[in-house]
Design a protein around this ligand. Sequence first.
Ligand code: SF4
Length: 469
Amino acid sequence: MSFSDIPVDVGPVYEGERIRANQMYVELGGPKIEKHFELVKVRDAKQIKDGEVILKGPDLKDMEEGSRYPIGILVEVAGKQLEEDLEAVFERRIHEFCNFINGVMHLNQRYTNWMRISKTAVAKGFNSFKMLGQVLIRLFKAELPIIEQAQVTIITDEKEIEKPYEMAMETYSKRDERALGLHDEDVDMFYGCVLCQSFAPTHVCCITPDRTSLCGSINWFDARAAAKVDPKGPIFEIPPGECLNKLAGEYTGINETMKKRSLGELSRVYLYSGMEYPHTSCGCFEAIDFYIPEVNGHGIIDRSHEGVAINGLPFSAMANQTGGGKQMPGFNGISIQYIISPKYQQYDGGISTVVWMGKSVKERVYDFLPEDIRDKIATQEEVAELSELKQWLIEHDHPIVKTWKEEVEEEEEEEAYAEEAGAMIPIGTQALTIPGAGGMGGFKIILKNCKIHAEAIIIKKLEPKKKKK
Ligand code: SF4
């Protein structure tokens, strides 16, 4: 495979390249553009022309520097061994292959895809989407030899993208619906994915029927098909082994695999918890489940959310806190599909602990939420200020309110006991994550086998000392 006709370098070494706003020539898709997508479809060999790149809309060289356009990438593939189940897994490789190009940055997937082309790449002559299409065709055929033929269509026109966008959205829904009826206890094999280790070297996705990959693009069926055709590839089998904790979703096989594939960073993972041994997050998650300590509940925000969430942080600030392949209690990258699973964070209390959702996420999952809870979850339209959330939850009889009473009773009991015994309160091992104020990093306090007695704890932000003149 040669890229000698492409004016910029192409190779895995460029994965992870960042292109900042002041370095970009154009931006394609992303949160500021309404309709954009990327899709792979398996076709009959007669339906496509191998090696063909079709462009609908303005080409890169016709775009004004600093501008934004829609982007649709449709990769149609054919091959004797290909089946529809493989489409989603092939589709995820668009992210990887685009990032092989020096001067191209690709983020996310499906209808959240977001690209930037650098000024340097365009100056070197990478000025046509036909080149991008050619790179994709060559990489798809070389890296996945079961693909015998490939054709790429790139759409950058607002009108032209409408129909294919609808087709893509229908395809995604069909894939997601298929995964709905299957649960973790119905299968004897789970799957892992390490495709995102180029960005987050210790991140490993565990894909089960109830826990679709956090990027939302690979469900259990897709992972099974991928591991079957390429068992040594980035998507692989995880025999679950013994179930150590059903509620938490802890399995010996998952723990062992996580340790091996995360360079020793992880040793325990609770599939159904965002608070204890949570699943790691790379950077591609569709949404974030975040803890709201003020009401002992959880919020969910997705990428399309404009402005800040109920905790005062925008998606981007929370994404920095969440991603990177570390276990972050209180911030958990998730797929939209996982929210509607009956196992959704069940170790933490499940869907009935969700008190606030961004409007766009709520609209997407509303019909699938339990009837007795869905109207008790606020969005930014009902409650925009954290100080008003408590009262709103009381007025709407949200089940989280009961936990406040239980907590107060427990605390009172403990205090009474401690006073009576003149003893300090043993609190075992606790991990508390305190989100950073104003979008800063935050910090974690781990207390191991300690006894604490305090009249009060005061946490103050230290301002840097001013230099003396
Ligand atoms: S988010 Fe997970 S499943 Fe999706 S591509 Fe990355 S590692 Fe694979």
